[in-house]
Design a binder for this molecule. Structure first.
Ligand SMILES: NC(=O)c1ccc[n+]([C@@H]2O[C@H](COP(=O)([O-])OP(=O)(O)OC[C@H]3O[C@@H](n4cnc5c(N)ncnc54)[C@H](OP(=O)(O)O)[C@@H]3O)[C@@H](O)[C@H]2O)c1
Length: 251
């Protein structure tokens, strides 16, 4: 049987819950060797105990550039290489723009966006010294496709992640496999904070299968579930007059 993940070193950042947790289980079942990162050591160790000794925990706060760089080096030293890096770490809090919590806003930007830059900065030099170079996947969201009501500041960070992944693809595609992950609604601690009905909601295990398959495919973007993501892609293509008429109705 063809097992493309067999013995590949995969660094999952944001593995302690939700989509990252489910992805760790999925990739472990497909034969990958995992570096498991997030801030909550206990959750990561529980997961590591479940998945087995060949995987390792690397506790990390990606908002800290120096720690992120040290952790990337430590993973390379522990395993000899890093085949895939999957950046899933994020924070979310529902907020209205006219009632922004500016401290929480900074925290969300630090984790979701500065954290992504910290990871990119830490791993590109490592990937460039390897043969084959490997893969870097950043998790955006359909929330970054178009400005919808009630999603800030999270949505702005996700729009920035899409932009960052596009630029990485433009600059590095010849040597590094760059992927953008764009989930719709997935049932996790993140979406548990929402008090509105979320269309086309899927379970983290389904998201994990989509990501595990998508990372092996040729395309740049891994988006799911298609019934929802294609609708939002269409909305984004409309002239502002039309799209803004529709998005205002979501208030
Ligand atoms: N759920 C959805 O509907 C949905 C939709 C679109 C996109 N997404 C994206 O999917 C990704 C995973 O989200 P999720 O729904 O699975 O949420 P989640 O269950 O809240 O998971 C977020 C993960 O990020 C980690 N994390 C947060 N801050 C961190 C930091 N400073 N350093 C390192 N790790 C950090 C968390 O672990 P610790 O707290 O232990 O650090 C946790 O493992 C996120 O990028 C999210 O934006 C989710």
């Amino acid at each position: 049987m063809n097992r493309p993940y067999q013995d590949q070193i995969v660094w999952i950042i944001g593995a302690s819950s939700g989509i990252g947790y489910a992805l760790a289980r999925e990739l472990s079942a497909r034969g990958a060797i995992l570096a498991l990162s997030a801030r909550r050591k206990d959750e990561l160790e529980k997961l590591n105990d479940e998945l087995g000794e060949r995987h390792k925990v690397f506790v990390l706060d990606t908002a800290d550039a120096a720690t992120t760089q040290r952790t990337a080096q430590a993973i390379r030293a522990a395993f000899g290489r890093i085949d895939r890096i999957i950046f899933l770490a994020a924070a979310y809090a529902p907020m209205k723009i006219d009632a922004l919590d500016i401290v929480a806003t900074k925290g969300i930007v630090d984790i979701n966006l500065t954290g992504a830059f910290n990871v990119v900065h830490a791993v590109l030099p490592i990937l460039k010294t390897q043969q084959p170079r490997g893969q870097l996947a950043l998790c955006g969201s359909v929330a970054g496709y178009i400005g919808l009501p009630n999603g800030q500041p999270y949505s702005a960070t996700k729009a920035a992640i899409i932009n960052l992944a596009e630029s990485l693809h433009a600059e590095c595609k010849d040597s590094i496999d760059i992927k953008l992950i764009s989930p719709g609604f997935v049932r996790t601690a993140l979406t548990d904070k929402n008090n509105f009905k979320m269309p086309a909601m899927i379970e983290p295990e389904q998201a994990a299968t989509e990501i595990a398959d998508g990372l092996l495919a040729r395309g740049f973007e891994i988006h799911f579930p298609k019934s929802f993501t294609l609708f939002l892609k269409l909305l984004r293509l409309l002239p502002y007059r039309l799209s803004q008429f529709l998005t205002r109705k979501l208030n």
